[in-house]
Write a protein that binds this ligand. Sequence first.
Ligand SMILES: Nc1nc2c(c(=O)[nH]1)N=C([C@H](O)[C@H](O)COP(=O)(O)OP(=O)(O)OP(=O)(O)O)CN2
Length: 138
Amino acid sequence: MVQICRKEHFNAAHKLYNPKWTKEENEAFFGPCANENWHGHNFEMTVIVEGEPDPDTGYVMNMKHLGKLVKEHIINKVDHKNLNMDVDFLEGKMTSCETLVMEFWKILAPKIEEIAPNAHLHCIELWETNKNFVRYFG
Ligand SMILES: Nc1nc2c(c(=O)[nH]1)N=C([C@H](O)[C@H](O)COP(=O)(O)OP(=O)(O)OP(=O)(O)O)CN2
């Protein structure tokens, strides 16, 4: 079993704000991340696909194809966007890193298996700041 890793990057704005809570409750829990006028991050994402290399090609999956898939279905929808307002698959959701990786997974996992039947999505790692990152294993 080999894991292949593709790194991508996007910039986006968001706020962590639960509309069921008061402004004070949001500020108490989320701090500056609840700023009503938004804030932004330079996100770094690594998508890890696991599988057996094809004996004819030596590839688990062509990483160029993986990059194209991630760009088409995720990056193009979130890059330079407001995650709370502009992204259909995040509508009504808290835009934490946890939510992002879980929603990205739902989109990517079936598409990866479609084009690489001998492989599957193993992990999505998302860095929001230099200090904060999450990993999701589906
Ligand atoms: N479980 C989660 N916790 C936090 C998330 C998240 O998505 N899930 N997001 C944030 C913030 O949006 C963002 O990551 C900023 O965090 P913060 O710690 O304030 O900023 P820095 O990484 O720059 O580090 P500090 O030195 O603590 O300022 C927060 N939490």
